[in-house]
Design a protein around this ligand. Structure first.
Ligand code: COS
Length: 382
């Protein structure tokens, strides 16, 4: 639901202040500890951040895609690990349920997801199913009133905290590829489900990814999401939406880095003058600003199209592709503008440089976005 202008302004202002006053001072500590402070998580819950995209009847804020993107831009102005805390509840961990769930499934889980009592994860990726996500090998064998799951998922965001997983598994072994895959809501406490230890990553410390192992996990048949064989479509539609949210976060990070660069260029003096006087550096700022504005326009335009009920597979892929590559270039320029200070940890610029690298990989690599954009363009005839 689209907010009226005043409520939207209030929400954005609240999030902006929370980011500036509460989260930014903790950036270095969260990265150092590789952990999110419990009181910050509690405050995120109180602000309603876990329920941004959940329908109001289940206790969420029910934001339109455009409003969610505007909030995501604000959240991008700090370390992306903060957003990741509730990011799966807002996006890939909840939206399969929102789009394909039965009223009973929604009633059972969405209120807890909206409040943040239930943490969700999206379990699609496997050792042999990364970009080739239709090649899911995890098996879901029907046995009476349940499906028995066996297999392993890899690099699953928030798996170590998750209470509920949306799992894509092959329910029909005779059907290779997308058609044999179904989606399931799998509770963490089911016997046979185990979670590996968090991987050591290049960036975004404080956010975690782990393996999830299924050994004869009996999932009640009523927890299947959508029809049998519909799991790949569930995943793709969830990702169409998720890619837009990530694009907005990339825009937010870019705006943050540009502001940091501008502040530094005003303070730092070389050759007897502020860095801001040097035209070669001004050129870098101009490029970063132009690209960030373009990514923002594409992201918000696509969000509005989605809110109007149009299919945005192509546009969301284009936004994710452009915005994630854009923020990589902006972070690279930021290191260059900060010079030696950009390379040492104290200024936090090198941390952002590492943090943004994953945006070009997760929720579909840049190369997968190119494939999607090209296929859709060819299908549309231009
Ligand atoms: N929305 C709805 N349905 C979709 C869809 C979308 N965005 N994309 C594909 N489908 C449907 C297709 O219409 C097709 O259905 P039919 O068989 O009924 O025609 C089915 O899904 C299979 O689609 P397709 O043939 O395009 O599948 P491919 O195996 O060629 O894979 C890509 C397509 C590569 C685009 C897909 O595997 C992908 O996005 N991979 C990256 C996954 C990813 O983002 N991983 C990150 C992990 S999550 S953090």
């Amino acid at each position: 639901m689209a907010l009226d202008a005043e409520t939207r302004e209030q929400l954005i202002d609240t999030v902006r202040r929370f980011v500036a006053e509460r989260l930014r001072p903790l950036e270095a500590k969260v990265a150092e500890d590789d952990a999110m402070p419990a009181d910050v998580v509690r405050e995120m819950r109180e602000l309603g951040l876990f329920g941004l995209s959940i329908p109001a009847e289940y206790g969420g804020l029910d934001l339109s895609m455009e409003d969610e993107c505007l909030v995501a831009i604000e959240l991008g102005r700090t370390s992306p690990a903060f957003r990741s805390t509730f990011g799966t509840n807002v996006g890939i961990g909840s939206q399969g349920l929102v789009m394909f769930g039965t009223p009973e499934q929604k009633q059972k889980y969405l209120p807890g997801i909206a409040s943040g009592e239930i943490i969700t994860s999206f379990a699609l990726t496997e050792p042999e199913a990364g970009s080739d996500s239709a090649n899911v090998q995890t098996r879901a064998h029907r046995d009476g009133d349940a499906y028995v799951l066996n297999g392993a998922k890899r690099f699953i965001t928030n798996a170590n905290k998750a209470d509920l997983f949306t799992v894509m598994a092959r329910s029909d072994p005779e059907k290779p590829g997308a058609g044999g895959v179904s989606a399931f809501l799998v509770e963490r406490t089911l016997p046979g489900l185990s979670v590996g230890k968090p991987e050591k990553k290049m960036g975004q410390q404080g956010a975690h990814i782990c393996d999830v192992i299924f050994e004869n996990v009996r999932v009640p048949a009523e927890n299947r999401l959508g029809r049998e064989g519909e799991g790949f479509k569930v995943a793709m539609q969830v990702l169409d939406r998720g890619r837009l949210h990530i694009s907005a976060v990339c825009v937010g990070v870019a705006e943050r880095l540009i502001a940091d660069c501008v502040a530094y260029m005003g303070e730092r003096r070389q050759f007897g003058q502020a860095l801001s006087n040097f035209q070669l550096l001004q050129g870098m700022i101009a490029d970063s600003k132009t690209e960030s504005m373009a990514a923002k326009a594409l992201t918000l335009e696509t969000a509005r199209k989605r809110d109007a009920g149009q299919g945005v597979t192509l546009e969301a892929a284009a936004a994710k592709y452009f915005a994630s590559e854009m923020v990589g270039r902006v972070a690279d320029r930021a290191v260059q503008i900060f010079g030696g200070s950009g390379y040492v940890a104290d200024y936090g610029i090198e941390r952002f440089y590492r943090d943004v690298r994953i945006f070009r990989i997760y929720e579909g690599t840049s190369q997968i976005q190119q494939v999607v954009i090209a296929r859709e363009t060819l299908k549309r005839g231009g």
